[in-house]
Design a protein around this ligand. Structure first.
Ligand code: PLP
Length: 380
C-alpha cells in the first residue's frame, strides 16, 4: 500500500526509531517496577526513570522533584486544574482562553458544573491574547490563569513571559498547556513564572501514553489534590506503577529534540514557508493565525467553500492532514479556535491544518502543493 504523505504532526508524531531503541531494554530484561526498592530489577528501572526526569527537568528549568509523570497532557491538565481547584476551595474563579485545547476546556467546564466561575477570554484576530483583557479579567477570588503555550490548530504562541508576570503580580497561579510547545520553543518556568505546566511525549516523536506535570515547589509552593489515589507514587500526587519504557522514551525524545532543534526546525520552517508560497496565490485562500508568533511547522489555511470541498476530495487518501476540528470526530464541527479568531462558520469548516515534521521532504511538500494547485486550476 502506498502510504499517504503525513502532514498531521499536531495530532501525533511517529515515535523516532532512536526513541524506540532506547525503550526496548525496558520492555525486556530491565522490566522491573521502579518502586521495588528491595532488589536490582527495581533499582535499574528507578535509575532509568530518574535519568529521564533529569532530562525533562533540565529542558524546562526545574528541579526533578517538581515533575511528576502522567499518562499525557490530558491527564496533566486535569490534575493541574482540578487539583488546584480542590486544594484552594476558597478561591473559586479560573481564567482561561477560548482557544484552549479541549483537555483544558473540559476540566474548566466540569468545575463550572460544580459551582466554580470560569472566564473564557477572547483572542485577537491573529489568535494572540490581549494582555489588557487578561488583566481586567483577574478578580480578587481568581485562583488560576490557564493559557496554552502553543495552539494545536493554528500554532500561535502566547506571550508566556508577560502572562506569567501579570499572574505573579496579582498573586494568581499560572498553568500552561505546553503539549505542542515542548521541544519546539524554549520553555523556562523561572523566566516565564510558570507554576504548573503540562507536557506530553507523542507530539515530539516520543511514545503515546506518557506526559508530565510540572508543579512549582517554591515561591510560591503550589498545593495539589491528587486525582488518582492508590500506591502513593509520584509523591502521592499520581498513584500508579510508573511505565518505565514510556518514561525512558519521553526522556530520549526530549533529549533528541533539544539537541537537534535549531537545525531541524529551521529546515521545517523553510518547508512550511515553501508550502505557503506555493498556495498563497490561490484566489480566496486565507491563512489563519499570527505569522511570526507561531510554531515553525504549522500552516492553517482555508479556501472558499466550493474550492475547499474539491481540495478535500483531491487530498483524500493521498495526504494525511487535519480538517476542521481534529479532536471531535464524527460530523464536521467548525473549529472553536477559528471561530474564536472571528473566522465565519463556513470558512471554519473549510480549514486545513498542515503540520510538517522530522520526516517531511521537499518533494512531499511540492507534491501536496501541486495537488492543491491542480484542483484550483481545474475549477477556476
Ligand atoms: C495533544 C494535546 C493535548 C492532549 O495530550 P495527550 O497527551 O494526547 O493527552 C493537550 N493539549 C494540547 C495543546 C495538545 O496539542
Amino acid at each position: 500500500m502506498h502510504r499517504p504523505i503525513y502532514l498531521d504532526l499536531h495530532a501525533t508524531s511517529p515515535t523516532d526509531p532512536r526513541v524506540v531503541a532506547a525503550m526496548m531494554p525496558y520492555f525486556g530484561e530491565a522490566f522491573g517496577n521502579p518502586s521495588s526498592q528491595g532488589h536490582g530489577f527495581g533499582w535499574e528501572a528507578a535509575a532509568a526513570v530518574a535519568q529521564a526526569r533529569e532530562v525533562l527537568a533540565a529542558a524546562i528549568g526545574t528541579e526533578v522533584e517538581e515533575l511528576i509523570f502522567t499518562s499525557g497532557a490530558t491527564e496533566a491538565n486535569n490534575l493541574a486544574i482540578k487539583g488546584v481547584a480542590e486544594a484552594y476551595p476558597l478561591r473559586r474563579h479560573i481564567v482561561t482562553v477560548q482557544t484552549e485545547h479541549s483537555a483544558v476546556l473540559g476540566p474548566c467546564r466540569y468545575l463550572e458544573s460544580l459551582g466554580w466561575a470560569v472566564t473564557y477570554l477572547p483572542v485577537q484576530e491573529h489568535g494572540l491574547l490581549d494582555l489588557a483583557v487578561l488583566r481586567a479579567a483577574i478578580r480578587p477570588d481568581t485562583l488560576l490563569v490557564s493559557v496554552m503555550a502553543a495552539n494545536n490548530e493554528i500554532g500561535v504562541l502566547q506571550p508566556l513571559v508577560e502572562i506569567g508576570a501579570i499572574a505573579r503580580a496579582r498573586g494568581v497561579l499560572f498553568h500552561t498547556d505546553a503539549a505542542q510547545a515542548i521541544g519546539k520553543i524554549p520553555l523556562d518556568v523561572e523566566r516565564m513564572k510558570i507554576d504548573l505546566m503540562s507536557l506530553t511525549a507523542h507530539k515530539v516523536y516520543g511514545p503515546k501514553g506518557i506526559g508530565a506535570l510540572y508543579i512549582r515547589r517554591r515561591s510560591p509552593r503550589v498545593n495539589l489534590a491528587p486525582q488518582l489515589h492508590g500506591g502513593g507514587q509520584e509523591r502521592g500526587l499520581r498513584s500508579g506503577t510508573l511505565p518505565t519504557p514510556l518514561i525512558v522514551g519521553f526522556g530520549e525524545a526530549i533529549a533528541l529534540a533539544l539537541a537537534e532543534r535549531t537545525t531541524e526546525l529551521e529546515r521545517i520552517r523553510r518547508l512550511r514557508d515553501r508550502l505557503w508560497q506555493h498556495l498563497a496565490a490561490i484566489p480566496g485562500i486565507q491563512r489563519h493565525g499570527h505569522r511570526e508568533q507561531v510554531l515553525p511547522h504549522t500552516l492553517n489555511v482555508s479556501f472558499p467553500p466550493a474550492i475547499a470541498t474539491q481540495v478535500q476530495s483531491c487530498l483524500r487518501g493521498r495526504v494525511a492532514y487535519s480538517h476542521a476540528s481534529a479532536c471531535s470526530s464524527g460530523r464536521p464541527q467548525p473549529s472553536h479556535v477559528l471561530r474564536a479568531l472571528g473566522v465565519p462558520e463556513e470558512r471554519a469548516i473549510a480549514a486545513f491544518r498542515f503540520g510538517i515534521g522530522r520526516g517531511t521532504t521537499t518533494a512531499e511538500i511540492d507534491t501536496v502543493a501541486e495537488l492543491i494547485q491542480g484542483v484550483v486550476v481545474t475549477h477556476a
